[in-house]
Structures are given as C-alpha cells and as structure tokens.
Design a protein around this ligand. Structure first.
Ligand code: HEC
Ligand code: HEC
Ligand code: HEC
Ligand code: HEC
Length: 472
C-alpha cells in the first residue's frame, strides 16, 4: 500500500510543475488507435440517424486533420490531443493505459484475490478503467482497450462528431448535441469524480475489499489533476469560446463536489454499507491500520481532532474535502460558511448515533456542499488565493490536519493556489520557485503514510503558508 501511494500521489505531485507538461515528446500512435484515419462520413443523412449506437470510439477522433497530428499547431485546437492522451510513460497518458493496467501483474493479482470471474471483473472494474459503453452502444471503431477514451469525458459523440468541426459549429451547438461542457467546473468535477472517487452507477465504486486486495488508494484534486492530463492550450480563441479558466474556482468547486459525492454515496444503501459494517472506503484508513502494543503505558498513535465530535477511538469519516471546503467557504462564500460547518460537525457526530441518523446527516451535508458548489461556480474567485492559503494554515483549520489523507489534500491545495497566483500574474515565476522548497518539504511530510507525523506535517505546511504570505 505504502509504496503505491508513494509511487502515485507523491511521484505525481513531485513532478507537479505545469511547465513540464509541454515537454512531452509528440508520439506516434499505437495501441488501439489507427494512425491517419480520416473521417469518411460524406452522407447527407446525419450519422446519428444512420446508426443505433452512441459511442464512436477513439479512432473516430484520430484523423490526421483532426486530433491525430503528431505536433499541435494550435490554430483552433492543438490537434495532437491523441498523442498527449497516449503518452506511453507520462502522467498524461494514464487514461489510455487504464484498461491495459488491468492485465498487468497488479491488476491480475487484485482480480485473483477477489475471486472474480471475467464477468465480475467487467462488472466491477471496467466502469472506471474504460469508456465501457454498453454492447449495443458501441460503434464499429469502439475498442474497450482504448481505456478511458475521449468520450469518457467529452461525452458520447454520435450527436456531434460530424458537426463539431464545421466552420459554423459553435460550442453551445455541440453541447446541445451531447458534448459535455467540461469548461464548467461543476460539470468537470462530476465527470472526474465518477472514477476518481466513485459513483453509484456502472460499477464505478472501489470497495474496501478491492483495496484490501491491492487496489491503490484514490487521491484527487480537480485543478491539479486537470493540469496533469491537459491537452489543450488556453489561448485567445479558447478564452473567447469558453471563458478564462480560473484555477482557484476549479479547486474550490472540486472540493464542494467531492464532499457532495462522498456524502451521497455514504447515504445510499448499496454503496454505504458492506455487511454489518459501513463501507470502510469512506473512513480514515490509518485510524484502523495502526500498530498497537499491549504495554502499561498508553502509546498515543492518534490525535483527537477538534473538527470531529466522535467517541474516543472511533474511526473518523475521511474528511479531507470537508476540511478544505470549510476553508473555502470562510473566504469565498462566508454567508454559507457557518451552516456548512455545523452540518459537517453534525455529520461527524452522527457517527456516534446510528445508521439512520448518519444517513440523514449525510444528506444534510450533501445539500450544503451542493449549495456551496453552486455559489462557487457562479462567481469568479479572482484575487482571493492569498486569503485562502492563509486560511488553510490558520489556527481554525490547521489543527484539523491530524491524518494522512487530509494532509495530502492540504498540500495539493497550497500547490494549486500557488500556481494560480503565478498564472494570474500576482507573483512571478521566480518568486514561486523560491517557495518551491517549502512546498516540497510539505510534500515530504506526506511522502509515505507510514512515516506521517501530524505535528511535523503541520509545521512544514505552516512554513509554506508563511512563505507564501510574505509574497503578498
Ligand atoms: C471508482 C473507479 C474505479 C474502479 C471501480 C476500479 N478502479 Fe482501479 N483505479 C482507479 C483509479 C482512479 C486509479 C488510479 C489511482 C491513482 O493513482 O490515484 C486506479 C488504479 C488501478 C491500478 C493501478 C494502475 C497502475 O497504473 O499501477 C490497478 C491495477 C487497478 N486500478 C485495477 C483495478 C481492478 C482490478 C478493479 C476491479 C476490481 C478496479 N481497478 C476498479 C479507479 C477505479
Ligand atoms: C479525462 C477526461 C478527458 C479525456 C479522456 C479527454 N479529454 Fe479532451 N479535454 C478534457 C478537459 C477537462 C478539457 C478542457 C476543458 C474543455 O475545454 O472542454 C479538454 C479539452 C479538449 C480539447 C480542447 C477544446 C477547445 O475548446 O479548445 C480538445 C480538442 C480535446 N479535449 C480533445 C480530446 C480528444 C481527441 C480526446 C481523446 C484522445 C480527449 N480530448 C480525451 C478532458 C478529457
Ligand atoms: C472513466 C473513468 C475516468 C474518468 C471519467 C476520469 N479518469 Fe482519470 N483516471 C482513471 C483511471 C482508471 C486512472 C488510472 C489509470 C492508470 O493508472 O493507468 C486515471 C488516471 C488519471 C491521472 C493520472 C494519475 C496517476 O496517478 O497517474 C490523472 C492526472 C487523471 N486521471 C485526471 C483526470 C481528470 C482531470 C478527469 C476529469 C476531467 C479524469 N481523470 C476523469 C479513470 C478516469
Ligand atoms: C474500520 C477499520 C478500517 C478502516 C477505516 C480501513 N480498514 Fe483496511 N482493513 C481493515 C480490516 C479489519 C482488514 C482485514 C484485516 C485482516 O483480515 O486481518 C483490512 C484490510 C486491509 C488491507 C489488506 C491488508 C493485508 O494485510 O492484507 C488493505 C490494503 C487495506 N485494508 C486498506 C485500507 C485502505 C486503503 C483504507 C482507507 C480507504 C482502509 N483500509 C480503511 C479495517 C479497516
């Protein structure tokens, strides 16, 4: 477990420089995608009317005059999107590898440990590791082993494939025909969270059993992860068509949607429980996975957390996004902050009561999170990144970093917010580079779950926050 977390989150975060992404070599096509296909739909009957399927497959996007160029020219879109998506070793290529990783050693071992048949594997694993359209919905070029293809995020393309590159085609027109408006932070968050947290549909849920069988933990932060897989340029024409992306807003809405998703899944009967226990996926992993010794002295391996009014020694709900959203709300949506905080406290406290009470409290918290998401998505956050950073490090929020997952989320937040300040021209690249060492120290403090020590983490985070504050 530990080494995977190290290999993924931290390796990933370490390479976090957004400036590295464009250094990816442009690569030829391989795997399931055929190079140089050109679209050959010349009939005047719309594609949609001719066919009964919705998913056309990655190969349908791969034309050399479409998204299959080896290097982008960026006239309108880069056109080398497939090469970025397919990067064989880079982070940006993870989605194209998502299906084939199931065949690898770790994938096989998980499936074997769970005693899955091929049908069980398809039902429980493909929902996140492929576009996984139902059989009747697959066009002739659809291939499962394309993994998480273009249509997993941009939506099934039958309704807009032919029209989206027409000169008179507009984004609203495409959206009306089924393209997913991923420029909208709330929409994008929900698309990513289906797989990067879980959903109640299509076998998109990683249970604690899967994790016990070896599935890696899932860490996610919308803005940071968006930048790792980014395959478009934010240039003048992009801004004109879709507006200027706002990283702080993306981050904030991502937190709100993550809280809404977690509480929704927790409240549901199918995903909320496993046998007599609540589904352990939702709880702080290390509250249970801790060594104990039977000495006379009590050996303290956990800290009580002021944000969680639960009985001593009870596993806490993993509140990494709840903590972040508290900080966000204080700064960006103060009118709603108190209500959210009290719903969050009630939710934690309901764990002392019963299943029905905790379901009710989860629904109430979900409603608060959804209201916050709406409020945050409707406004541009602009100049608030410094205030949010200060808030994350202040005396109300910082004592709530007592566990590993919450701490990882906090470092990702600081990283995202610092990048946002650079992108917005509020601080220079040089100034940000000077702070990098502090951020890396905070990353070091969450390098491995086993080595995590709350007090040391809070100190490292505090130093990073102070250093950023000095740039103001
Ligand atoms: C809710 C969506 C979801 C489901 C369901 C799911 N996975 Fe995953 N899986 C992920 C995500 C997301 C990652 C990447 C985690 C990370 O690195 O942050 C991942 C990572 C993996 C990896 C590691 C890949 C690598 O690059 O090393 C393997 C292997 C894997 N999953 C196998 C499975 C198997 C087998 C199943 C079914 C038992 C399954 N997954 C079900 C979302 C899911
Ligand atoms: C993991 C989700 C995901 C996958 C998979 C994905 N994209 Fe994207 N794509 C995005 C997001 C997010 C954006 C940025 C928001 C936007 O402009 O829609 C984007 C932007 C784009 C843009 C720029 C749009 C513009 O208006 O300038 C193009 C073109 C594009 N993607 C094509 C593709 C192609 C082709 C594939 C398949 C090889 C693909 N994408 C796979 C999420 C994804
Ligand atoms: C259909 C499921 C699905 C959707 C939707 C999805 N992802 Fe993923 N994503 C995965 C899986 C599975 C992996 C792990 C694949 C692997 O390890 O090869 C992954 C990996 C990643 C990685 C690399 C992480 C790592 O640890 O290497 C990034 C970054 C990422 N996704 C970002 C996003 C973003 C941003 C969105 C939304 C715009 C998104 N994903 C939507 C399934 C999905
Ligand atoms: C409420 C307690 C509890 C929580 C919370 C919990 N687990 Fe577990 N975990 C267990 C138990 C019990 C087992 C089975 C141990 C046994 O059979 O000896 C287990 C087994 C495992 C194993 C297999 C360990 C082995 O030695 O083979 C892994 C890996 C694991 N859990 C990961 C996680 C992750 C990741 C999380 C957080 C998402 C988590 N657990 C949350 C109680 C918990």
């Amino acid at each position: 477990m530990g080494s995977r977390v190290r290999g993924t989150i931290v390796g990933l975060l370490r390479a976090a420089s957004r400036h590295m992404r464009r250094a990816l070599p442009a690569l030829g096509l391989g795997a399931g995608v055929v190079a140089g296909l050109t679209l050959a739909f010349s009939s005047s009957t719309p594609l949609q009317a001719q066919n009964s399927y919705n998913y056309t497959g990655v190969a349908s996007c791969a034309g050399s005059t479409c998204h299959g160029r080896s290097e982008g020219n960026g006239a309108i879109v880069r056109q080398d999107e497939i090469a970025t998506w397919q990067s064989p070793s880079g982070v940006s290529g993870a989605h194209s590898r998502a299906f084939t990783v199931l065949q690898g050693r770790r994938g096989r071992q998980i499936v074997r440990s769970l005693g899955y048949s091929a049908a069980d594997e398809a039902a429980n694993c493909y929902g996140c590791h492929a576009t996984n359209a139902p059989g009747s919905d697959r066009g002739p070029r659809y291939q499962m082993d394309d993994g998480v293809g273009c249509e997993s995020c941009h939506g099934s393309s039958i309704g807009w494939l032919e029209s989206h590159y027409e000169v008179q085609g507009t984004h609203p027109h495409n959206v009306a025909n089924g393209m997913v408006p991923l420029e909208r932070p709330d929409v994008r968050a929900r698309v990513c969270l289906d797989c990067h947290y879980g959903s109640s549909e299509r076998g998109q849920f990683v249970t604690h059993s899967m994790m016990a069988a070896g599935h890696p933990r899932i860490t996610f932060e919308l803005d940071l992860f968006s930048s790792f897989q980014q395959h478009h340029d934010v240039d003048e024409d992009y801004i004109q068509r879709k507006g200027r992306p706002d990283s702080v807003q993306l981050w904030a809405v991502g937190q709100a949607e993550a809280v809404a998703r977690a509480t929704d899944l927790f409240a549901r009967p199918d995903t909320g429980m496993q046998g007599v226990f609540p589904q352990l996926y939702f709880f702080d992993c290390h509250s249970c996975h801790r060594p104990i010794t039977d000495g006379e002295e009590r050996r303290l391996t956990f800290e009580t957390n002021p944000g969680r009014p639960i009985h001593f020694g009870q596993p806490p709900f993993n509140d990494e996004n709840i903590i972040m959203l508290s900080a966000v709300a204080d700064v960006l949506a103060p009118a709603r902050a108190e209500e959210f905080r009290s719903a969050a406290r009630n939710f934690h406290a309901s764990m002392n009561q019963g299943r029905a009470e905790s379901q009710q409290a989860a629904v109430a918290l979900r409603e608060q999170a959804q209201a916050l998401s709406g409020a945050l998505a409707a406004r541009s956050s602009g100049a608030d990144a410094f205030t949010v950073v200060a808030r994350i490090g202040n005396e109300a929020i910082s004592p709530r970093f007592t566990d590993y997952a919450g701490s990882v989320q906090a470092v990702m937040a600081i990283d995202t917010l610092l990048n946002a300040m650079v992108n917005d021209g509020r601080i220079t690249l040089g100034a940000a580079a000077g702070i990098r060492a502090n951020i890396n120290n905070a990353y070091d403090a969450v390098q491995s779950p086993e080595g995590y020590r709350p007090a040391q983490f809070r100190q490292a985070l505090g130093q990073a926050v102070t250093a950023i504050g000095r740039l103001r």
